[in-house]
Design a protein. Structure first.
Ligand SMILES: *Cc1c(COP(=O)(O)O)cnc(C)c1O
Length: 374
């Protein structure tokens, strides 16, 4: 999956991802590598391969299609589709490629059952429960009906049970998380009583890092694998201190020019030079996933120093102030994420200017062409 026009270069450090995986595994037990959305923009196949070398035996993708891509790359480990089947083709492909789909709707059960029954085969699934996200999953009220359905449809074999936490990264909502865990435990007990002893996962990265009580038999690690601390800025921040960032994004400078005091900059003339200044025209814009929302607020790193974006971010360009940076010239590198020295830009810095979370930064910038650090 790529967007962008070959000006941005995303560099991924797989050793950092390996390090982060080991850190999560040491805190948890069996950590599934969450590699949905092209491994949060870091590259599905490359990341899964690196994690497999570290001992990961289960991968969680989003769509069944992503799971097929991973299977086709030669991955023989357990693959789970978090989204599950959305149509008959997905059902067929999940069964065919041994992808374990999350199932949270009776419609999905019926559809999957019809497809595998017609082929005379069985299929393993992961039961998904809604314990507080109000998004996907069976509710507690549907449990009796679900168990009844499963009893008369032995071609559908539940092997995993899961639910998703809404607030594990927020100390103010610890009670909400505990209530979700309590509901989940109750569900697991009723399933066990009905003869379904399932491997259970509830925790995401934040849950793995700080909440032992939501670990169950497996955990699903996502954002922390990619080196972003989901607890940053909270009293739990220390727990994610040793995570290492894995993504850097750089581009080139297309021009350097002098501006006189009073000259306006970029579309809409939203910024006017308040002094004589030197500006660099940087090859990055919203067509590269570098949001227009960064207009007049974002910063880039040039020669180890910060340079502020002046005026509007354009489709493939933005303009930054380099008055305070010596010797900037055509062809120099500008880091949008990462970089050296005191001007280094963290994913959290960028997410702050962008008014979003690091997950979105990685997914969007990660759609540009990638290279891997050796
Ligand atoms: C994305 C996702 C995760 C991983 O969450 P992180 O916060 O990135 O660790 C876990 N479970 C489900 C269902 C997800 O969709």
């Amino acid at each position: 999956m790529t967007i962008g026009y070959n000006t941005l270069e995303v560099e991924v450090d797989l050793n950092a991802i390996r390090h982060n995986y080991r850190l999560l595994r040491d805190k948890g037990s069996r950590v599934y590598g969450v590699v949905k959305a092209d491994a949060y923009g870091h590259g599905l196949i490359e990341v899964a391969r690196a994690l497999e070398e570290e001992g990961a035996d289960t991968f969680a993708v989003g769509t069944v299609g992503e799971g097929m891509q991973l299977r086709k790359s030669g991955c023989s480990k357990r693959i789970i589709s978090l989204l599950g089947p959305l149509n008959e083709e997905d059902c067929f492909n999940a069964a065919q490629n041994k992808i374990i789909p999350f199932i949270g709707e009776f419609e999905q059960l019926e559809m999957l059952s019809a497809v595998v029954s017609a082929q005379g085969r069985k299929v393993e699934i992961s039961l998904k429960f809604d314990t507080g996200m109000s998004r996907l999953g069976f509710s507690v009220n549907e449990l009796d009906k679900l168990i009844e359905w499963l009893k008369i449809n032995p071609q559908i074999c539940p092997v995993l049970a899961s639910s998703h936490l809404a607030t594990s990264d927020d100390p103010a909502y610890e009670g909400y998380m505990s209530a979700q865990a309590e509901t989940f435990s109750g569900i697991l007990k009723r399933l066990a009583d009905a003869g379904y002893e399932l491997e259970a996962s509830l925790a995401n990265s934040a849950g793995i890092l700080v909440h032992d009580q939501v670990h169950y038999s497996a955990q699903r690690g996502g954002i922390a694998l990619y080196g972003s601390n989901p607890l940053l800025g909270t009293e739990w921040s220390e727990s994610g201190r040793d995570l290492k960032p894995a993504m850097q994004v750089r581009t080139n400078i297309a021009a350097v020019r002098e501006l006189k005091k009073g000259q306006a900059i970029s579309y809409g003339c939203t910024y006017t030079a308040d002094r004589d200044m030197t500006v660099a025209i940087v090859c990055a814009g919203y067509a590269d996933g570098y949001s227009r929302g960064l207009s007049s607020t974002g910063e880039v790193c040039i020669h180890g120093k910060r340079a502020k974006i002046l005026g509007r971010v354009c489709m493939q360009l933005c303009i930054v102030d380099v008055s305070h940076i010596e010797g900037v010239k055509f062809g120099d590198t500008a880091y949008l994420l990462g970089g050296e020295g005191e001007g280094h830009i963290s994913a959290e810095d960028l997410a702050g200017w962008w008014q979003t979370i690091t997950y979105e930064i990685f997914c969007l910038l990660g759609m540009n062409p990638r290279t891997y650090k050796k």
